[in-house]
Ligand binder design. Structure first.
Ligand SMILES: [Zn+2]
Length: 484
């Protein structure tokens, strides 16, 4: 069989492939659930989902290996060199407000709706059918192809995939169908920094006591709200000669109350716009507005106020200028920083920064630079701001296209043959499984020129044409990568 036969075979399996995807969507493989019952459900659904895949593979006569329900492999060929296609079977929770039910696997005309149709079950269906087409065609391959299906990706807990890479026969090259076409051969790195400080609580400047400034819930989200809380001693408040409007207003409101209280709590809220921390320019960080207010607020104890000033000065530039880590890479772009969570009290600071470095600075160097920059303030503050890296960190990824022509060219060829367009290279701000393997790029499933990106959103969906197009691209890519 030749290329035309492979493509014709896939055309003939379009509806069947859609049905398999509908079935896959019906398994509620929602990872990262905190309560025991939901967690158990995730394990059960993952196990039965793997069983279902095993059945499908048996029908296709493709060897399926289940590694303790944590990872499964579908293999074609038996050569020692491996081309890997890592995917994940877990999904983020369904949606509340949408037109379609997230786990029903609904098909309306030529569209399949459901959680995972793009991220990452749709690509799994396309890759599986692509592999089957190669097998049916009896194409001669010089490398083994492995579809590697992980049970857990969305939580960021990648221990199983790291162990797999360490302990199993590692692929010489992988394409990861979990982002965008054509070829994404670079990803920014990712690390979270925790800043802490503790000092002796200072006497509150009467009659206005600063309680706390806080905002943000998740470190990888630009916070859209922050609040500063104060307590006013009402009987002393009139001693202040000119009160700012927000205090005057609170006092006036209190006067209307019967009986009037001795103290009142006043909250100043700051509103921004949330965005993913990998693209801080899409959002507006409310914490930074709050810090701008606090740095000039005369009602803060002196050390707290000084610290607010320092934080504003060092953390407000999203490219890291204030922390001396502003560095950029011609292809990957600039380092970015996004303060995600912060709590500042009279006597303590806890803050988290999400940082995305390009390839020309390591995570350790980022930590060191921040530490030495913030150390400069120790004397004037009278205490130290402690800088610690928190959780896993990922170095930036860059696959040199010149040195890796044997892998990049087949991907270009497959994309161009199916779409008729040139396969350009690009860089991503996010993180995929490409970072977990020694040599990997991302490749689809979304074609930004034609498809709507719906991963993690309500009414996630894929069209049958997209599924088929991807199956064709992936079939040819596997073939061309493994033909020599
Ligand atoms: Zn994904």
């Amino acid at each position: 069989m030749n290329k035309e036969d492979i493509l014709a075979f896939l055309e003939s399996k379009k509806d069947e492939m859609a049905q398999v995807l509908q079935e896959l969507v019906r398994f509620r493989t929602v990872s990262g659930m905190k309560d025991e019952l939901s967690e158990k459900r995730y394990y059960d659904e993952t196990r039965t989902c793997f069983e279902y895949l095993e059945e499908i593979c048996a029908r296709m006569d493709l060897p399926f290996t289940n590694l303790e329900n944590e990872i499964a492999e579908i293999t074609l060929g038996d050569y020692s060199e491996i081309i890997g296609v890592p995917l994940h079977i877990d999904v983020v929770p369904g949606w509340e407000k949408g037109e379609y039910e997230p786990f029903a696997g609904i098909r309306v005309d030529n569209v399949i709706y459901g959680r995972g149709t793009q991220d990452n079950k749709g690509p799994l269906a396309s890759c599986l059918y692509g592999m089957w087409a190669l097998k049916e065609a009896g194409i001669s391959l010089k490398k083994r192809i492995k579809i590697i299906i992980a049970a857990e990706e969305e939580t960021g807990e990648w221990n199983t995939i790291f162990n797999y890479v360490k302990n199993y026969n590692t692929p010489v090259f992988c394409f990861v169908p979990d982002y965008e076409f054509p070829i994404v051969n670079a990803e920014k790195g990712m690390l979270n920094i925790k800043l802490t400080a503790a000092w002796d609580k200072e006497a509150a400047p009467s009659p206005i006591e600063f309680v706390e400034f806080s905002g943000g819930e998740r470190v990888n989200v630009v916070p859209d709200k922050a609040t500063a809380r104060f307590i006013l001693q009402c009987d002393e408040i009139d001693m202040l000669s000119d009160k700012p409007e927000w205090i005057a207003k609170a006092v006036e409101d209190r006067m209307k109350e019967k009986p009037a209280r001795d103290t009142i709590e006043v909250t100043r809220a700051f509103y921004g716009k949330s965005a993913h921390s990998s693209k801080p320019w899409d959002g507006h960080n409310a914490l930074l507005d709050g810090l701008a207010f606090l740095k000039d607020c005369e009602y803060l104890p002196s050390k707290t106020g000084r610290l607010a000033q320092i934080l504003r000065k060092t953390c407000s530039d999203m490219y890291g200028k204030g922390l001396n880590i502003d560095i950029t890479h011609d292809f990957i772009g600039p380092l970015t920083i996004s303060p995600g969570i912060l709590s500042l009290k009279n006597g303590s600071l806890d803050a988290y920064l999400n940082i995305r470095p390009p390839i020309n600075i390591t995570c350790d160097e980022v930590v060191e630079q921040i530490r030495s920059k913030l150390d400069e303030y120790t004397t004037s503050l009278g205490f130290e701001i402690e800088v610690k890296q928190e959780g896993k960190c990922f170095e930036a990824l860059w696959i040199d296209p010149e040195k890796n022509r044997t892998y990049i060219e087949p991907l270009r060829e497959a994309f161009t043959e199916i779409t008729g367009r040139k396969a350009t290279l690009s860089a991503a701000t996010g993180t995929t499984f490409a970072k977990a393997f020694p040599k990997a790029v991302t490749y689809g499933p979304v074609d930004p020129e034609n498809d709507i990106e719906k991963a993690h959103q309500a009414d996630e969906h894929v069209t049958l044409d997209q599924l088929l197009r991807n199956a064709k691209i992936y079939a040819l890519a596997m073939w061309y990568l493994a033909r020599e």
